[in-house]
Design a protein around this ligand. Structure first.
Ligand code: ADP
Ligand code: ASP
Ligand code: MG
Length: 408
């Protein structure tokens, strides 16, 4: 008998029929003698609908109230799934994050889980119940409802699996695993049988939203066996997230291509090149809680340089505003920028031992006539910022150049 945590995403519980479909799958696992904790998301589109509704009333919704509101999406689906299970004769009980004391910090709309009280879950499991848990939500010390950021139900699933010492955490979604790139953009993308935690972490942080990044971090930290599977297909074994030392020898050099349209680029022109300047520019940005991603400082000419960085697109206008006094103060020539950019990244642990990956990527983009605006690299990834309108072309070209398509 194993203890299994399953998480079903929005599309998988998008209608009454689909909730029943999930219940049938859960019932089958239960019938095999396993103990099950099932995390569900809100029905597809519901979280977006609630956020839009809030914005109609308050253009920048109060974060505490927004959490009260968006957490209702998951409260609907847990009850529906518990009812569907009962209707099949399976004992089930549903819980909100607050009821299970999924304790988080107070960072409303992007809270982090601090601890989980598993005693109630253990009692129900011992009572032969399937425990159904609302994803994406918790409560802070004061008992206020918090949410974990978009895609946060993945993190609820992994956190529960870690807390319970589950044998496996299964993430059921609308694709049957992690692909070499988003199959919606490149139909030739191939499902990966395995991917390392490190690569999955890069893919998730670089834009592949099949798993929320925090869920991957948690799974890596607590060594939770994590698998991505389809809730619509029976046969596929999905993708197992593995540790590098468990990988086989024929591991491909490149595992996947990630992309992200959520960034904007800012350049400060004619910056006097002297110690402390990067801090003077980026200090106020950090103080305003804005995350900076790529940073590039050009070689200086006549004591002046250009300084560029990227931020989340939602923070673009705020960043420009914050820089106005800075530019005056440091006597730079001005600021320019744009939010019509995209970041495309090539990811693979094999890069560590293979030279020439960067030059192959640059050649591929050159052949397509795509201009590179910024580059950043780490041991296992190369990220390139380009004009947004070439993003899909770049992803397809790189996917092909690195031989990632399905064998025909
Ligand atoms: P859920 O609602 O089940 O959480 P998501 O929409 O969050 O589902 O994640 C699944 C989607 O992630 C897929 O439909 C796919 O379009 C997208 N995706 C992006 N990159 C990848 C990738 N590399 N492999 C698989 N799916 C990906
Ligand atoms: N319902 C939330 C969202 O849409 C959480 C999730 O689906 O994981 O972001
Ligand atoms: Mg998701």
């Amino acid at each position: 008998m194993s203890l299994i945590v399953q998480k079903y995403g929005g599309t998988s519980v998008g209608s009454a029929e689909r909730v029943k479909n999930v219940a049938r799958r859960v019932a089958r696992w239960k019938a095999k003698g396993h103990q099950l904790v099932v995390v569900v998301s809100a029905m597809a589109g519901e979280t977006n609908r609630l956020i839009a509704l809030a914005r109609e009333v308050q253009p920048h919704p109060d974060p505490r109230e927004l959490d009260v509101m968006v957490s209702t999406g998951e409260q609907v689906t847990i009850a529906l799934l518990a009812m569907a299970l009962m209707d099949m004769g399976v004992r089930a009980r549903s819980y909100t994050g607050g009821q299970l004391r999924i304790l988080t910090d107070s960072a409303h709309t992007k809270a982090r889980i601090v601890s989980i009280d598993e005693s109630r879950i253990r009692r129900d499991l011992a009572d032969d119940c399937v425990v159904v848990v609302a994803g994406f939500q918790g409560v802070n010390e004061k008992g206020d409802i918090t949410t974990l950021g978009r895609g946060g139900s993945d993190t609820t699933g992994v956190a529960l699996a870690a807390a319970l010492g589950a044998d496996e955490c299964q993430i059921y979604t609308d694709v049957d695993g992690v692909y070499t790139t988003d199959p919606r953009i490149v139909p030739e993308a191939r499902r990966l049988k395995t991917i390392t935690f490190e690569e999955m972490l890069e893919m998730a942080s670089l834009g592949s939203k099949v798993l929320q990044i925090r869920s991957v971090e948690l799974a890596g930290k607590y060594r939770v066996p994590l698998r991505v599977l389809s809730s619509f297909e029976e046969e596929s074994e999905g993708t197992l997230i593995t540790f590098e030392e468990d990988q086989n020898m024929e591991q491909a050099t490149i595992s996947g291509i990630a992309f992200n349209r959520d960034e904007a680029k800012v350049t400060i022109l004619g910056v006097p090149d002297r110690p402390g300047i990067a801090y003077q520019i980026l200090g106020p940005i950090g103080d305003a809680n804005i995350d900076v991603d790529m940073i590039v400082q050009n070689v200086s000419h006549d004591g002046l340089t250009d300084f560029s960085f990227t931020v989340n697109r939602a923070d673009y206008h705020k960043t420009l505003k914050l820089l106005e006094p800075v530019v005056k103060h440091i006597k730079a020539r001005g600021v320019e920028g744009g939010d019509k950019i995209a970041k495309v990244s090539v990811v693979g642990v094999g890069m560590r031992s293979h030279a020439g990956i960067a030059s192959s990527a640059f050649r591929t983009l050159a052949e397509e006539g795509i201009n590179i605006e910024m580059i950043s690299t780490s041991e296992i990834k190369i990220s390139i910022v380009i004009n947004e309108k070439y993003m899909e072309l770049a992803v397809r070209a790189l996917h092909k150049a690195f031989g990632l398509e399905q064998p025909t």
